[in-house]
Ligand binder design. Structure first.
Ligand code: SF4
Length: 158
């Protein structure tokens, strides 16, 4: 899932997802990806990647220079984001089969690996429900326990 350009999203990401002491999702949440591809397309946004992640993707793609070119990577301030094609698709979203698919799935950045269990999604039930308007995998399918939600939410690297 791309991060929104809006500063509000960055701000809410810093909020604790707890209400009082008990997290609103203490009983767990349902999520199963339907492979729709919505999270890798749509409105402009960022797919942040660390240098380590960039090198991993470059290796996966067989690049001998160990880095990604401008067609795949852009600099945003001090950080790097994967690029998008003009219709909003992530540059690595392939639409050559029955389903859209991530062409770098085994080495996708942490941001993609941890969706939808991000702090900003979990900051409130309203945020989670709102995210479900774009992601049909939210609130359906597999039940994830509190521990299974908190592990990706707190993950800093993979
Ligand atoms: S179901 Fe959600 S996570 Fe899966 S591809 Fe669609 S938007 Fe992305």
């Amino acid at each position: 899932m791309k991060r929104n350009r809006a500063r509000r999203a960055e701000k809410s990401a810093r909020k604790s997802p707890s209400v009082g002491k008990e997290k609103w999702y203490a009983e767990g949440l349902k999520f199963t990806c339907t492979l729709c591809g919505n999270c890798c397309s749509g409105d402009p946004g960022y797919v942040w990647a660390t240098k380590e992640e960039i090198r991993r993707i470059a290796k996966f793609l067989g690049r001998t220079d160990g880095w990604l070119g401008k067609e795949h990577l852009r600099r945003v301030g001090l950080r790097y984001s994967l690029t998008e094609i003009p219709d909003g698709d992530c540059i690595f979203l392939a639409r050559d089969g029955d389903h859209p698919r991530c062409s770098i799935y085994p080495v996708r950045p942490l941001q993609c690996r941890t969706w939808p269990f991000w702090s900003e999604m979990l900051a409130s039930e309203a945020n989670w429900t709102h995210a479900g308007k774009k992601c049909p995998g939210i609130n359906v399918g597999k039940h994830h326990s509190l521990d299974e939600i908190e592990a990706p939410r707190k993950q800093k690297k993979w």
